[in-house]
Design a protein around this ligand. Structure first.
Ligand code: G3P
Length: 219
């Protein structure tokens, strides 16, 4: 499973890139706004920091302007993936950009029907928002299961399932069990994945026993 980090915060991204576990980054207009940075500048810095795909989202809603924005975003760096919303104009733009060789991440997916359309439009990634479905009492992980089942039935589909709106490590584990290709994690969720009280307890016990030996590996 590939791990992308869902953030436009350069400090967070630098810290997490150092773990060696980060395969890409996703941003969206809300994350860019939260960063307080110029979008084109912060996307360029992220692309230089993380060599994997960096999703940068168009902000127009009409096809012509989305296409112009998408081309400008794609020109920032070779590892930009252009993000478009799952709308008729968004999928028209997806098809046009994909035909030009630009990877497209189709976002704001909330149904299997939408995911079928995104695959037909040539999306490199589909971003189903599991957390927002959970938030309204719908089983977000069932959407991931449905999409993975449908995509597996058609080997010609090259679209990768990029699980988004992740709220906690249980989402990541459940998505991995379903074989989703990617999860995009808020920084805190990746940090939470390391944590277990028995790991802490066991390490403390190892070190206490080692201390008693008076030895040092490095001399
Ligand atoms: O990449 C999409 C993600 O940022 C949405 O997450 O927490 O706003 O539902 P959230």
């Amino acid at each position: 499973m590939k791990f992308f980090i869902d953030s436009a915060d350069l400090k967070e991204l630098r810290d997490l890139a150092a773990t060696g576990l980060v395969d890409g980054v996703t941003t969206n207009p809300s994350l860019i706004a939260k960063s307080g940075r110029d979008m084109l500048e912060v996307v360029a810095e992220i692309c230089a920091l993380v060599k994997g795909p960096v999703s940068a989202e168009v902000t127009a809603t009409d096809h012509a302007t989305m296409l112009a924005e998408g081309r400008k975003l794609a020109a920032i760096a070779p590892n930009v993936a252009v993000k478009v919303p799952l709308t008729p104009d968004g999928l028209r733009t997806c098809r046009a950009l994909a035909d030009q060789g630009t990877p497209v991440n189709v976002t704001l997916c909330f149904s299997p029907a939408q995911a079928i359309l995104a695959a037909k439009a040539g999306a490199a990634y589909i971003s189903p928002f599991v957390g927002r479905l959970d938030d309204i009492g719908t089983d977000g992980m069932q959407l991931i299961a449905d999409i993975c089942q449908i995509y597996r039935a058609y080997p010609a589909i090259r679209t990768e399932v990029l699980v988004a709106s992740v709220r906690h490590p249980v989402h990541v584990v459940a998505a991995a069990k379903l074989g989703a290709h990617v999860a995009t994690l808020p920084p805190n969720v990746l940090r939470q994945m390391y944590q277990h009280p028995l790991t802490d307890k066991g390490l403390a016990a190892f070190l206490a026993d080692w201390q008693k030996t008076g030895q040092s590996i490095l001399g």
